[in-house]
Design a protein. Structure first.
Length: 210
């Protein structure tokens, strides 16, 4: 049985090995994994027929097209916020009204949880990161710790109703109403918020390896 599954087990080795060796980026590794899986399925396991590839491509496009539209809209919205100066206003608000680490981190968590529900992670980090770094440095907050807090906040926002982007992604893939998925995700989001608070105010939990 192990020998039969060796080709499937090689997939994560190729993906992670290529990334950690610096040969490919994560995006390129994803593309390689698709072609590898297709070749193995066609010629080794023979679980996929060539005549089925067209149907598979159609189903893939049909499933993921709504996701790409949502990501495009989230990116456009983040650019609008940047053009009107919302991130700069946010940075000035936090700097002028919260002078202690505890208060700053608490308010930062609230703001980022809301932003995570309406802005894609990539644009959010690019826009907000440079604004928060000087404020965090002035308050004596480690930059790596700040990055971990920001990342976790945005990840929680992704699954938080009513606007979490991943809720709409899951809805399009499963044909389930967004709010129904949102209700199911709430317990997980609450658990993640508890973990977020612990990581926020006990830095060594996330900084031990560093």
């Amino acid at each position: 049985m192990l020998l039969d599954g060796i080709w499937a087990l090689l997939a994560p080795v190729i993906i992670l090995g290529g990334i950690y060796a610096g040969i490919v980026t994560p995006t390129e590794a994803a593309g390689i994994s698709v072609f590898y899986a297709l070749i193995v399925s066609l010629f080794i396991y023979k679980t996929v027929k060539i005549r089925n590839i067209g149907k598979m491509l159609y189903e893939s496009v049909r499933s993921y097209a709504p996701i790409l539209v949502l990501i495009a809209l989230a990116t456009a919205f983040s650019r609008v916020l940047n053009l009107i100066g919302a991130p700069q206003a946010l940075g000035e608000f936090l700097l002028n009204n919260f002078s202690s680490q505890f208060a700053f981190l608490f308010m930062l968590n609230i703001v980022l949880l809301i932003l995570g529900m309406i802005i894609d992670v990539g644009p959010a980090i690019v826009i907000i990161g440079p604004l928060l770094m000087p404020i965090a440095t002035a308050l004596g907050i480690d930059i790596i710790h700040l990055g971990i807090v920001v990342t976790i906040n945005l990840a929680i926002g992704f699954i938080s109703p009513p606007f979490g982007l991943n809720l709409f992604v899951a809805s399009s893939l499963t044909d389930t109403p967004v709010m129904q998925i949102g209700k199911k995700s709430l317990p997980f989001a609450l658990c993640m918020i508890v973990a977020l608070l612990l990581i926020t105010y006990i830095p060594w939990l996330s900084m031990a390896l560093v």
